[in-house]
Design a protein around this ligand. Structure first.
Ligand SMILES: *Cc1c(COP(=O)(O)O)cnc(C)c1O
Length: 468
């Protein structure tokens, strides 16, 4: 197009008002707010103008522009947070929202959120109450701690505890425990933000009690232990047990804190998983403060739980930072219901999805795999090589590093497209199905596939595999 042709095309584009009047007469724009339609028409016109200037062929009719606007408007009004099917086998998948809440928690959220509640009211006296009281007794009952408080998440809990206990002093940490968790939580950075001075001791693989002892000076404010929740140091290693550090702390009058990360309330070794230190173990070892997440192995809502000596927890409660990190009522409602289930461990395992998926017996996974295999075979048998294979799933979410859980997966090798194209198309479907690729096969792990989803997965595979 010549310069003057372009100018002419741009000039002849219909006006925004004209298009808006047309759109408002049409059913397809009926439920879309006017502001969204207007925005979408403007964006559609913009993109057409750009095409014209770049010599890219483009339609300029009312209908073409409205069609573009309709697509843009649909995108704008559809929810950003949507359900996906987790076929990765990773139970605590941070990118997919970590823990699934149990029924009791969901019901309690609904009850508390749609009505006024006694969140900060003592009903008996009519006086102001404390929001954490909904759960702190329960947490103490389940962990044996003297006192507890909950905040927004465990990163916040660590920040708050450090700031309360050790601002402007040195915090002694083993070099083997300077953890980075995904999403930019790094122990050295949190240390700075909480106003503490990091004092590293020992080496990456070996740290001894004497390393802590030699680091003590009049500037020392805290000994910190951080649980290696997402990595493992193997080989020639040594670390100091919490109870030994507590003994040293007592001797030197230095408090001790442990960041457990994914603190668990049950002993997973009873269910064939490796032993993970329980919150009760850490409390019993005598730590002044222990912090852990609500939505990792606990299987509840996002929260940071701090347990410990009453004196220290009281100090934390009166730190102004606590107000900035406070937990909201929906989270409290979910946490209360989840925690209550732990009074009966069997119930907890049955009803808390995270625990259920982690401890599901292999024979039950095999049954799920069998059903999924049969469904898929029936739907797409001619379009791909489908097989069943014994593999491993990862617990994920900063728990059980390096542990491989025996699982039985479905493997799919499409005949008419690449495996990576299949993975992309499954992810691009509605609902998005998230699987993984291994040895040039598309893998579906039944561990994290919920009841009824096998039908959706199979139907989506059928749709995706015939589409080029
Ligand atoms: C996960 C984790 C955190 C952060 O907890 P969030 O609840 O995700 O904020 C902190 N420390 C350790 C050791 C962790 O594993």
């Amino acid at each position: 197009m010549t310069h003057s042709d372009k100018h002419e095309s741009l000039k002849n584009l219909p006006g925004v008002d004209h298009l808006l009047t047309l759109a408002k007469k049409e059913d397809r724009f009926l439920d879309i707010p006017r502001s969204v339609i207007l925005d979408s028409i403007r964006s559609a016109l913009d993109s057409i103008r750009k095409d014209i200037l770049a010599d890219i062929e483009t339609g300029t009719s009312d209908e073409t522009i409205l069609l573009k606007a309709q697509i843009l408007a649909k995108e704008k009004i559809s929810p950003r947070l949507v359900n996906v099917i987790n076929a990765t086998g990773v139970v605590l998948h941070t990118n997919l929202g970590r823990a699934l809440l149990c029924e009791d928690a969901l019901n309690n959220i609904k009850k508390v959120a749609q009505s006024y509640s006694n969140l900060e009211l003592k009903i008996e006296t009519g006086k102001r109450g404390i929001r954490y009281e909904a759960v702190d007794e329960l947490i103490c009952e389940l962990t044996g701690a003297q006192s507890a408080i909950v905040v927004n998440n465990n990163a916040g809990a660590v920040l708050l505890a450090l700031n309360t206990m050790a601002q402007d002093t040195q915090v002694v940490v083993s070099r083997g425990e300077l953890v980075e968790i995904g999403g930019s939580f790094r122990v050295p950075d949190v240390m700075i933000k909480s106003g503490c001075i990091l004092k590293e001791v020992g080496t990456t693989n070996r740290t001894h009690l004497r390393d802590y002892e030699n680091a003590v000076s009049d500037k020392t404010g805290l000994f910190l232990k951080v649980h290696a929740s997402n990595y493992k140091i193997e080989g020639f290693t040594a670390s100091v047990a919490l109870k030994d550090l507590v003994a040293l702390g007592k001797d030197k009058s230095i408090p001790v804190m442990e960041d457990l990360g994914s603190g668990t309330l049950i002993d997973f070794s009873k269910y064939g998983l490796p032993f993970e230190p329980t919150v009760s173990d850490s409390v019993r070892s005598g730590a002044d403060v222990v912090t852990f997440s609500g939505d990792k192995l606990l299987g509840g809502p996002q929260a940071g739980i701090i347990v410990g000596q009453k004196k220290t927890i009281d100090q934390i409660k009166s730190n102004p930072l606590t107000r900035a990190l406070r937990i909201d009522k929906m989270t409290l409602a979910a946490l209360e219901s989840t925690l209550k289930l732990y009074r009966d461990e069997k119930k907890a395992i049955q009803k808390i999805p995270t625990l259920r998926m982690l401890t599901v017996p292999f024979k039950d996974i095999c049954k799920k795999a069998d059903l999924l295999f049969k469904t898929i075979k029936k739907d797409i048998g001619s379009l791909a090589d489908i097989d069943i294979a014994d593999m491993n799933s990862r617990p994920g979410g900063g728990s059980f590093p390096e542990l491989n859980l025996a699982t039985r997966c479905i493997t799919i090798q499409p005949k008419n497209m690449s495996v990576s194209k299949l993975e992309i198309n499954m992810r691009g479907s509605t609902p998005a199905i998230i699987g993984r690729i291994e040895d040039n096969k598309y893998i579906l792990d039944p561990r994290t596939i919920q009841k009824g989803q096998e039908i959706i997965i199979s139907a989506t595979l059928a749709k995706v595999l015939v589409k080029k």
